[in-house]
Design a protein around this ligand. Structure first.
Ligand code: G3H
Ligand code: 13P
Ligand code: ZN
Length: 309
């Protein structure tokens, strides 16, 4: 499979202050929609597969679909395991031909996270595969705790430097206030940029990863709500905060929720406006096109992040 690694992508991104979009894939339409956007924008791309995606679509389908997308379009794609929870799943993905894996040991104590990450790094590197690890815990707005209490779970800069040194990991996901899903903040969006600056200052050559980085674009939230959805109060990471994060070492920006919202908004619209329609191609097709437009926007925004300084 003509997949590429993230090594070169990140080396260029970190030097030129832009980020690569890492988009979660779950079915054919999502893969096609994203890859078409990267083809139009002539941009490097990371497609990532979660445990949920593997369960939903079966790993073999996702692999073959990604392979087909590359053959069809010629786009350079890095295929990445998102939130691998143990050594076995990382090993399986390395063996299957993924070019990058994430070992998410963030729920373990520091020393256990180091030991687990080292084990994955050793296996993956022996097979030419890059490794992302995570230190610190992503917040959840549902945690309903104050920022100062939440920040106790944010990534400690000194630990981050020690972690990278001792594990030999290629990139590091950090916790500075983002969370997964469509409800990231209750009040004003807040990210701990001082912490990010410190982390980047200590490990300037390590590509940093921002999980929970969807912007929850108003256009799609409004369209979902207009056509029967109920997602009031959804809030993401404002795009100017993504630009700011890119200045301080963020090279990989993880996006899943924005894909879900774009596709769902368009499917809702088509079904509401055409209640007589029952051919899945008639709503999945527009859903796929909505993903392409949204991903084009995200890719441009991330590639031009430094232009906004
Ligand atoms: O990490 C979160 C991603 O959005 C994947 O979500 O586990 O529902 O596939 P998922
Ligand atoms: P979002 O829920 O903000 O899209 O985050 C996705 C993610 O971090 C996948 O690992
Ligand atoms: Zn994540």
């Amino acid at each position: 499979m003509a997949l590429v690694t993230t090594k070169e992508m990140f080396a260029k991104a970190i030097k030129s202050d832009y980020a690569i979009g890492a988009f979660n894939v779950n079915n054919m339409e999502i893969i096609q929609g994203i890859v078409e956007a990267a083809q139009i924008e002539n941009a490097p791309l990371i497609l990532q597969v979660s445990a949920g995606a593997r369960k939903y679509a079966k790993p073999i389908y996702l692999l073959k679909l990604v392979e087909a997308a590359i053959e069809d379009t010629g786009v350079d794609v890095a295929l990445h395991l998102d939130h691998g929870e143990d050594f076995d799943i990382c090993k399986k993905c390395v063996d299957d031909g993924f070019t990058s894996v994430m070992i998410d040991g963030s729920k373990h104590p520091f020393e256990e996270n180091i030991a687990l990450t080292k084990q994955v790094v050793e296996y993956a590197h022996a097979h030419g595969v890059s490794v992302e690890a995570e230190l610190g815990k992503l917040a959840g707005v549902e945690d309903n705790v104050k920022v100062d209490a939440r920040s106790a779970t944010f990534t400690d800069p000194d630990e981050a430097a020690e972690f990278v040194e001792r594990t030999g990991v290629d990139s590091l996901a950090i916790a500075i206030g983002t969370s997964h899903g469509a409800y990231k903040f209750k009040g004003e969006p807040y990210l701990d940029f001082e912490r990010l600056k410190k982390i980047h200052g200590l490990i300037p050559d390590t590509p940093l990863v921002l999980h929970g980085a969807s912007s929850v674009l108003k256009e799609f939230v409004d369209r979902c709500n207009e056509f029967g959805g109920e997602i009031p109060g959804a809030q993401g990471v404002p795009e100017d905060m993504i630009h700011e994060a890119v200045k301080y070492g963020i090279c990989k920006v993880n996006v899943d929720t924005d894909l879900r919202l774009a596709m769902t908004a368009e499917i809702r619209r088509v079904l509401a406006e055409h209640p007589e329609e029952f051919d899945p191609r008639k709503y999945l097709g527009p859903g796929r096109d909505a993903i392409t437009r949204m991903v084009q926007h995200k890719i441009r925004d991330m590639l031009n992040a430094s232009g906004t300084k």
